[in-house]
Design a protein around this ligand. Sequence first.
Ligand code: ATP
Length: 311
Amino acid sequence: MEFPVDGANSNQKYMFKKPDAYATIILYEVSAYLVLFPGEDIAMVDAIEFRNVTYAYKRVPALDNLSFRIPENSIVGMIGANGAGKTTAIRLMIRYLQPDRGSILYKGQDIYSLLGKNHMLHGKWNCGNKKSRMQSGGGYPITYIPDLPVVFEELTVLEHLAFIGAMYHTEERIDDLTDLFELKAHLDKVPGILSKGTRQKLSIACALLREYEILLADEPFSGLDPKQISVLKERILEEKCKGKTVILSTHLLSLIESICDYYVLIDRGRLLCQGSLAELMELQGLSSLEKIYLQLSSQEVGETEETETED
Ligand SMILES: Nc1ncnc2c1ncn2[C@@H]1O[C@H](COP(=O)(O)OP(=O)(O)OP(=O)(O)O)[C@@H](O)[C@H]1O
């Protein structure tokens, strides 16, 4: 590798005879950046960050001072027992619910600061064309596969897709998605006569139809046959290759172990642990995600039982 030498152009930024000196100035600039922006992680940006989030449904506590991070451009598995708070965390991320305490950040910005209050709930902020959304600062580009498909009972499969495609100006994707999820034979049917798995595929196609940066998927494999599970896994990996972030809430640990880069384990609304599989395996001295989950969740139950007995 050649480095610029003195004399050629005195206005050039780095003029050193030795590679060491060149490297030194780069190190100096990186260090200066870290001093100026100590909270910034150059290598890993957070797509989403929960900071001490607490949420209760009236008097039912669901999340308790929960903090975790979702690294950008990764596939993240959100894992926890029934009632642990995964769906609640997802509903907070899509701004369907609002935290009682704490904050949720999207790339370092409070999710509620991203667009005006009038656009906060139920996807209203998505209205308008692509250009106006870009002009409004890029908005909050999250799409969502709910745990139970949300459908309009009177609309056919094609009408669902045409409606959403028209809203987001992405009609051109309908053909590919109906092909991919084998929906072509069902285009004229209303949801009431579809099988559970086909309703789920409609829900997935609706979510993938729009432009987004983060895909939140709550039990997305529910009801899918083995071929379609494989199709969805492939599609999720492709989305990551395109720079997207995917958050998967699921109980199917062995299924997601092959695709997730990072895990967030939740128990009764609190964080059990988070990290890559390698980090978690090293930390816990165990060889699989299932073993880690079973070990940590049984520890937590044991601790609680002890406390309750003492009381
Ligand atoms: N609409 C609601 N009203 C009252 N309590 C609720 C409501 N939704 C959830 N909860 C409670 O909040 C807690 C967290 O539930 P949540 O659905 O977030 O758990 P989860 O981890 O998604 O569970 P699962 O794996 O069974 O889907 C539970 O105690 C649940 O009973």
